[in-house]
Design a protein around this ligand. Structure first.
Ligand SMILES: Cc1cc2nc3c(=O)[nH]c(=O)nc-3n(C[C@H](O)[C@H](O)[C@H](O)COP(=O)(O)OP(=O)(O)OC[C@H]3O[C@@H](n4cnc5c(N)ncnc54)[C@H](O)[C@@H]3O)c2cc1C
Length: 541
C-alpha cells in the first residue's frame, strides 16, 4: 500500500459492496441495475469531473457540447425501454416532440413509440425525437451520407466521374483482389477503387492515423459488414417508394441509414447525469474525481482497489464485487500482483485513438450566402458533416443546434464542433488551446464556412482513448480476456473496458448481462464478452 494510503470506512450497510470503476454508460448502468435488482450496494469511482464518460455532455458558459454526436438508437428493446424509462418523450412542443406516434423498428420487431404513453410532464428531463441529416463535404460540394444514387450525387460528381465510379465498381466485382488481407482490399472489393479513393481512403487515414493498407481486412468485416452498393441502391429505391417519414428505423436498415433517433434534451450526458442522480437517490454512491490506480488480487478473486483523489492521496477499499470500465491497458498495468507477462504485453500493445473537439460559437456561417441560426433548418439541417477535403486536418463538423436547440444558450447563435482525430503525443494535442482555436478557425475559413469576425467564443475539449483500435496486439486480446475471466467476482464491461468498438447500448448490455449472471449464480463471463461480437451494426461507417 502506498505511504499516503489510508483505510476507507467500511460501508455501514450489511449488504455486500460492489466497486464500479468508471461513471460512463456501462458503469452507471451496472450501478443502477444492482440497486434495482439486488441487495448489492454499488460505489462508482469516476476519474473525471463529471459522469457520462465519452457520452458525457461538456458544459461551457451555458452551452453544451456532445463529444462526437451521440444518437440514441438500439436494436435492443431492453435498452430502448431503459432509456425511455429514465427520460421519456415529452409531447409539449409539437415541433420538437412529435405528438404523433413514431414508428421504431429494430431487431426484427416493429413498434410505435407513442409520446402519449411515454409522456412526462417534466419538460426538462425528456428525450427529443430528431431527424438525422449528415453529409460529406468533398471537392467543395455536399454529398448525401451515406452516399446515395440520386440526382445530387450524380450532378456533384459529374457524369464522367459517375460513370468511372460505376465501371470501377463493376471491375472490382468481376476481378476481386485476392487474398483479401488489408482494409484497402476489403473496401475496393465491395465499392470499387474510385469510390474507395474518393470517399474512404483519406478519411479513414485521418480517423485512425494509419493507412488502410496497414489495417487488417477483418476490421472492415467488423465495422462495415452489411453496407454494400446493392444495399444502398435498395435503400434509395425504398426511399423513393415509401418516402422517408414512413419509418423511424427499419428493421432491415443498417445503422448508418437510420433516419431518426432519440436524443436527450441537453445532450447524451443529460441521460447519464440523470441516472447518476437516481443512483444517489436509491442509496448508491457516485464519486467523481476519484481514480482507481491499483487493483489487488488474491488467487481467483479481486480483493481491493486503491483510489486516488485530486490531491493524489490514495485510499484502499475492499468489496465483494468489482466491475471495470477503465481501459484494459491501464487496468492490467495497475494489477497487483502483476499479471503473467504475456497478458501484460498484449494489454500494453493495445492501441487507441484520441479525439479533440473545438467548439466555436458564431454569429453566422458564411456558407450559401450566409446562414443565421434561424435559417439552419432550411439551409444547413445537418447534425454533422464529414470533411473529406484532403487539405484540412478537421475530420468532422458538428452543428449542435441541429442535435438539440437546447444545447445553445443564445438561440441567435450557431454552435459548432470541429472534430480532430489525434494521438495524445501529436503536436496539435499538446498545443495551447488558443492556438488550436485559431488553427480551427483558419481551417473553417479555408473551407468557406466562416469569417473570423463572426466567431464569438471558442473552447477545446480533449478526449483520450475515444476509439479502441483493432491493430497492434489486438489479435491476441483473447489472452487478456481469459485472464480477466478467471476472477470470479469481477466483470470487464463497456467500450475500453472490453477494448471493443461498443456503442452506448452495447456498453449498457454488458452491464445488464453481468448483473443477470450474478443474480442467476452464473459464473460464466462468455455472454458478457459476446455482446457486440456478433452484432451487425455500429455507430458510424
Ligand atoms: C466520436 C464518437 C461518436 C459516438 N457516437 C455514438 C452514438 O451515436 N451512439 C452511441 O450509442 N454511442 C456512440 N459512441 C460510443 C459511446 O461514446 C460509448 O459507447 C460509451 O460512452 C461507452 O461507455 P462506457 O461506459 O463503456 O465507457 P466510457 O464512456 O469510456 O466511460 C468510462 C469511464 O471510466 C472512467 N475511467 C477511466 N479510467 C478510470 C479509472 N482508472 N478510475 C476511475 N474512472 C476511470 C472514464 O473517465 C470514463 O468516464 C460514440 C463514440 C465516439 C468516440
Amino acid at each position: 500500500m502506498p505511504a499516503s494510503s489510508k483505510p476507507h470506512p467500511k460501508p455501514t450497510k450489511k449488504s455486500p459492496r460492489a466497486i464500479i470503476i468508471g461513471g460512463g454508460p456501462a458503469g452507471l448502468t451496472a450501478a443502477y441495475e444492482l440497486l434495482e435488482r439486488s441487495d448489492i450496494s454499488p460505489t462508482v469511482f469516476e476519474a473525471g469531473d463529471n459522469v457520462g464518460g465519452i457520452s458525457r455532455t461538456f458544459h461551457y458558459k451555458g452551452n453544451h457540447i456532445d463529444l462526437g454526436g451521440h444518437r440514441f438508437f438500439s436494436k435492443s428493446d431492453r435498452v430502448m425501454d431503459w432509456w425511455l424509462k429514465i427520460l421519456p418523450i415529452h409531447s409539449g412542443e409539437a415541433t420538437l416532440f412529435p405528438d404523433t406516434p413514431v414508428e421504431i423498428t429494430y431487431q426484427n420487431q416493429s413498434r410505435k413509440v407513442d409520446p402519449a404513453t411515454t409522456r412526462t410532464d417534466d419538460s426538462e428531463n425528456c428525450m427529443l425525437v430528431r431527424s438525422r441529416v449528415s453529409r460529406i463535404l468533398f471537392r467543395g460540394k455536399l454529398f448525401d451520407y451515406p452516399l446515395s444514387f440520386n440526382f445530387t450525387t450524380i450532378s456533384n460528381l459529374g457524369f464522367f466521374n459517375t460513370a468511372l465510379a460505376g465501371l470501377s465498381y463493376i471491375r472490382a466485382r468481376l476481378f476481386p483482389l485476392r487474398p483479401e488481407k488489408t482494409l484497402e482490399q476489403f473496401v475496393i472489393n465491395r465499392f470499387g477503387r474510385y469510390l474507395y479513393g474518393s470517399f474512404f481512403r483519406d478519411y479513414t487515414h485521418k480517423v485512425w492515423g494509419v493507412p488502410c493498407t496497414e489495417i487488417p481486412a477483418d476490421w472492415g468485416a467488423q465495422r462495415i459488414k452489411g453496407v454494400s452498393i446493392s444495399g444502398l441502391l435498395k435503400h434509395a429505391l425504398k426511399k423513393m417508394v415509401a418516402g422517408i417519414d414512413s419509418s423511424y428505423a427499419q428493421k432491415s436498415t443498417e445503422t448508418s441509414l437510420i433516419e431518426r433517433f432519440l436524443y436527450p434534451k441537453y445532450g447524451p450526458g443529460h441521460m447519464w447525469e440523470r441516472v447518476s442522480e437516481i443512483i444517489r437517490e436509491k442509496g448508491g454512491e457516485v464519486e467523481i474525481n476519484k481514480s482507481v490506480v491499483a487493483v489487488e488480487t488474491a488467487g481467483n478473486r479481486i480483493i481491493a482497489v486503491q483510489v486516488a483523489d485530486d490531491s493524489g492521496e490514495t485510499t484502499r477499499i475492499e468489496a465483494e464485487w468489482f466491475f471495470s470500465t477503465m481501459p484494459i491497458k491501464d487496468l492490467i498495468a495497475g494489477m497487483t500482483p502483476s499479471p503473467p507477462s504475456n497478458v501484460r504485453e498484449v494489454a500494453d500493445g493495445l492501441p487507441y485513438r484520441d479525439f479533440l473537439t473545438v467548439g466555436l460559437l458564431l454569429d453566422h456561417l458564411s456558407l450559401r450566402g450566409g446562414i443565421s441560426a434561424d435559417q439552419l433548418k432550411e439551409k444547413l439541417p445537418d447534425n454533422w458533416i464529414y470533411i473529406q477535403e484532403p487539405d484540412v486536418e478537421v475530420g468532422r463538423l458538428q452543428v449542435f443546434n441541429n442535435w438539440s436547440p437546447y444545447l445553445v444558450s443564445d438561440p441567435g447563435a450557431i454552435w459548432i464542433g470541429l472534430e480532430y482525430f489525434l494521438n495524445e503525443t501529436d503536436k496539435m494535442w499538446n498545443d495551447a488551446d488558443k492556438d488550436i482555436i485559431a488553427f480551427a478557425i483558419g481551417e473553417m475559413e479555408k473551407l468557406g464556412f466562416l469569417v473570423p469576425q463572426d466567431v464569438r467564443d471558442g473552447v477545446v475539449i480533449r478526449q483520450k482513448k475515444a476509439y479502441p483500435a483493432y491493430f497492434g496486439s489486438y489479435k491476441q486480446i483473447g489472452e487478456v480476456q481469459a485472464y480477466l475471466s478467471g476472477f470470479e467476482n469481477f466483470f470487464a464491461l463497456g467500450r475500453n473496458g472490453q477494448h471493443r468498438y461498443n456503442n452506448q447500448d452495447h456498453s449498457m448490455l454488458t452491464a445488464m448481462i453481468a448483473i443477470d449472471n450474478i443474480l442467476a449464480g452464473n459464473a460464466d463471463k462468455e455472454n458478457v464478452w459476446n455482446v457486440n461480437a456478433e452484432e451487425d451494426y455500429h455507430e458510424e461507417k
